[in-house]
Each structure stands twice: as structure tokens, then as C-alpha cells.
Ligand binder design. Structure first.
Ligand SMILES: Nc1nc2c(ncn2[C@@H]2O[C@H](COP(=O)(O)OP(=O)(O)OP(=O)(O)O)[C@@H](O)[C@H]2O)c(=O)[nH]1
Ligand SMILES: [Mg+2]
Length: 233
């Protein structure tokens, strides 16, 4: 891999599961050690980029928003060009960068990154979405390079058995890694940062081939006027 090319790491998952928070955590923990950049994808706003800039974990110039104006699948999977340009611009402006994190717009269980955009991808669930979500499967849960079960500190309040949820996820993933994460649990954060380091190493050493988690099932979106649009990609 040429020196100017970073390790591109995608972070996807349903709305509000903690993608931006996870990226902020990675920046806080690794920015002294690795040269980082962040691209966020929001549908209508640059809210995620603003949140990350306000977190004060990375030079704000290294955080850029792509406003997709379309459903997240389109931007991270079907037509990745605007994202690819954003990543390459960031890599050029701050060369060399070690890792560029790309946050997908929050969606349902089906949005995953094209391997043309990222080298590896994390799919984020949270306990508040319910203990049975991991069993529901889908391409991100089953085949992302890493599955996060986030906000484990909330488990007692939502009566979710984290251990069982992780077991269910592991069953769905055929041995691929699952990390139970909470920003209040330093040991879990260390597991996450260790995974980022080792995946970056594997990508650079040519030991990791980006995998397409697979096509999505037909799904629906509710438009601004409340109209439900069902489509496939
Ligand atoms: N208790 C708890 N709350 C968390 C944790 N991580 C994130 N949150 C909260 O979850 C909410 C959503 O977090 P975000 O990081 O904005 O989630 P997101 O997936 O980026 O959301 P979208 O980009 O809107 O899809 C915020 O209120 C966070 O403070 C955690 O580990 N524990
Ligand atoms: Mg976000």
C-alpha cells in the first residue's frame, strides 16, 4: 500500500447506536499514536461532524462531512464517489494519514460499506435496541469485520443480558469478533483500540482482503412527507 494511502475504516449501524461516540473514543485514545482523519455521512446535515469537532478529540480540520442527500446505502455502497473523493482529499491535505474513519449515516440493519470505499468495517448495535437484535442477522451483523454491542452500561436499565446478546452475535458471525463496549468501561475500550491497531497492521501488511458483507434485502424509508418508499439496491 503506498504511504499516502491510509487504512480506511467504516463505521455503520442503526440510528443512535453510538457510531459518532465510538469514533470520538478511537480519536481520543489513538490520536497521540496514529495520524487520524474522519469523514461523516449525514443525510441532511453535518450534525455528526459538528458533534465530533465539539468533542475536542481531533483537530477539527481533520473532520469533514459528506451530506449525502440520499439514503445511506447509496452513499456508502452504490455510488461511493463523493465519499471516496472526501477520503482522498483528506489524505492529500494531511498526508500522510494512518487511519481515516468513515461514519455511515444511521440507518436500519442493512447498510454496509462497499469494499471499494473501506478496507474494513465495524457494525455497531446497542443494548438499548433490544437483546434480540443480534439474532435478527443481516449483512452487517453477520459479516462486518467487527461487531460492537454498545452501551453495555445501560443493560441493567433495559433488562438486556449482555453475555447472551454477545453469544447470539457470535453464533450469527461464525467466529468473527464481537466486542461488548461502553465508553464507561476502559477495558472494553482497550479491546476496541487493540482491534483497530491490529486490523491496520493486517491491512498494511496485505494480510486482510476487504470483504463485501453482501447485498441488502428490500427495505423501506419514510420520506419527509410521510410517504413510505420501498426499494432494493
Ligand atoms: N450510556 C451510554 N450512552 C452512550 C454510549 N455511547 C453513546 N452513547 C449515547 O448514545 C447517543 C447516540 O450516540 P451517537 O454517537 O450520536 O450515535 P450515532 O450512532 O452516531 O447516531 P446517528 O449518527 O444519529 O445515527 C448519545 O446520546 C450518546 O451520548 C455508551 O457507551 N453508553
Ligand atoms: Mg453519528
Amino acid at each position: 500500500m503506498p504511504d499516502t494511502r491510509s487504512f480506511r475504516l467504516g463505521v455503520a449501524g442503526p440510528v443512535g447506536t453510538g457510531k459518532s461516540s465510538l469514533i470520538a473514543t478511537v480519536c481520543r485514545e489513538l490520536s497521540a499514536e496514529l495520524r487520524l482523519g474522519v469523514i461523516t455521512n449525514d443525510i441532511y446535515t453535518d450534525e455528526d461532524a459538528r458533534l465530533l469537532k465539539a468533542a475536542g478529540v481531533l483537530d477539527p480540520a481533520r473532520i469533514r462531512a459528506v451530506e449525502t442527500g440520499a439514503c445511506p446505502h447509496t452513499a456508502i455502497r452504490d455510488d461511493v464517489t463523493p465519499n471516496l473523493i472526501a477520503v482522498e482529499d483528506l489524505e492529500r491535505d494531511f498526508a500522510p494519514l494512518d487511519v481515516v474513519l468513515v461514519e455511515s449515516g444511521g440507518d436500519n440493519l442493512t447498510a454496509t460499506f462497499s469494499p471499494a470505499l473501506v478496507d474494513a468495517q465495524i457494525f455497531v448495535l446497542d443494548v438499548a435496541g433490544g437483546g434480540d437484535v443480534a439474532r435478527k442477522g443481516g449483512p452487517g451483523i453477520a459479516r462486518a469485520d467487527l461487531l460492537i454491542v454498545n452501551k453495555t452500561d445501560l443493560a441493567p436499565y433495559v433488562e438486556v443480558d449482555v453475555e447472551q446478546m454477545v453469544k447470539d452475535a457470535e453464533t450469527a458471525r461464525d467466529g468473527k469478533p464481537v466486542i461488548a463496549l461502553s465508553r464507561k468501561d476502559p477495558a472494553s475500550i482497550a479491546r476496541l483500540t487493540d482491534w483497530v491497531r491490529s486490523m491496520r497492521y493486517a491491512v498494511h501488511a496485505g494480510h486482510h482482503t476487504p470483504v463485501d458483507p453482501g447485498p441488502m434485502a428490500p427495505h423501506s424509508h419514510t420520506g419527509e412527507d410521510g410517504e413510505v418508499i420501498v426499494h432494493t439496491h
